[in-house]
Design a protein around this ligand. Sequence first.
Ligand code: GLN
Length: 590
Amino acid sequence: MSEAFSPAPEGYQPGKTKFVVVIGTVMSGLGKGIFASSLAKLMQDKGLSVAPIKMEGYLNIDSGTLNPYRHGEVFVLDDGTETDMDLGTYERILGQDLLRRNFITAGQVYTEILERERRGGFLGRDVQMIPHVTGHVKMRLRELAMTGNKGRPADVVFVEVGGTAGDYENGFYIEALRELAFEEGPGSACFVALTYILEPSILGEQKSKAAQLGIKRLMEAGVQPHLVACRAKNPVTNKVMEKMSMFSNVPMKRVFSMHDRDSIYTIPDAMRSAGLDREILSILSLHDRVDTGQEDRSRAAWAAFSSRLAAPRKHRVTIGIMGKYAALRDAYASIDKALEHCAISLGTEINLKWMDTSDISTVSQAETLLAGADAVIVPGGFGTRGVEGKLRCVEHARTKRIPFLGICLGFQMAVIEYARNVGNWSDANSTEFSANSSHAVISELPDQKSLEGIMGGTMRLGAQDVLIEGGTLASFLWNGKSAIRERFRHRYEVDPKFIADITRAGMIFSGKHPLHPIMQVLELPLSAHPYFIAAQFHPELTSRPLTPQPLFMGLVAAAIAQQEPDFAQSEAGRRWVRQANSGKATAVSA
Ligand code: GLN
């Protein structure tokens, strides 16, 4: 292979890692990420090392500046990369932490190429879309293949191409993947076309023409799919599956109906029942890498989860979430998922009420807004809109002993509310919202950040260790652990010069940076409130179906316990509801 045309990392062995490529046709927004991650899970369950990568066509370097209203939430990886929310889907379904190498945008590709061009890295050649841009994409994929996951090279790289086949902006990805499949050799790549079967209500039947044309688009780009997955409202009829098979040269056993289901968590099992996992093993000659013992263990764990998912819900709680993006749930996708994980784990129905606080200016308005809420979440956010309303909601939750969880901005709100109403500093605020407060308890503090090597006014991004104080609610929730690792994305923080006064007023900072006076978890003592806790990090980003995040578990459990006092004595209650003797019990066992 000539380096100029198809670079590969040192020591790369073509054909060793296999590639599964998922490309959408007809339209986007079909759940390509859910499909690809479920497929990856089936392979991971078999003991194979999997590494997903999402390819974005846009020119942004990352998702950091994207408006969550338009694009859904910004997901933050352990290494601080700000990505598309789909990376969250992969992390949750695979239970695997991803890194920058699992996310690629056209902006990254072009920047890396242009920087190399300026350094003279192309030896006098003209730099072209083909072979240089496509070559760079192949290089990134091969690097990912070699680094894989946790030091183990990938058996299978799962590639999700953003947008749909035929989009101008992702054409170079599809071309790069076509070249890669050819260069790696037969049996190295499996292309999956994810398409959509229309079912217009005026006709009352499924129509496959748009799907057929979409797949033709992919074939025009030189890609013959090996598998076709048909998204549809209802199970895809045999007639339509036969047409799809016939017109895309894909045998019937490799055409899959991915119709709407009650829960995405049933998709891996549905794929397995349809035999998709075995088809992929055959297409990629992977049968001999399967670890059946591992597969049995993974399936048993998932089956236990699935049966909790299907079991009737014993409890019911309503949670109010105060967010200015109330109109768009995708803006809080991970919170939604984190609560879903708790609901399944605790056998509870959770009724979420998204609330816009822009019009709230008094506590009694907050009380009206929150009527019927058994728990309150103030999530992350930027900018002044709705902030005063959120403060009134925190006050209501604190004084009326309603279980409360503050996240990032919500943590800062809890500090400000406490400083104003308990500390009696009536103008306490954050410098994000007011430049001239005499008690700017939340502030930007570039000097403090420089201690950690964070530049100027930029954000604290990515995962860090948080030390947990023993004997606290936080310590109870994390089962006595003294250090945890959570993900941050914020610019402002508690100004250390107020810590002593806030603590004297009764607020406990139970989670802190290991070295510097950076406050990361706050709480109120049990004598003051059954469940009042907040985190400067984003706990929702690390919740997983099989291991729900403790702050959310505690919130939901506290809400249940307030309605059903007996719940506290149940097994789940003893684990998640802090009671007068829980702290001591933890201290003894820890
Ligand atoms: N706006 C706040 C800050 O920058 C909170 C950020 C957030 O909630 N993610 O610190």
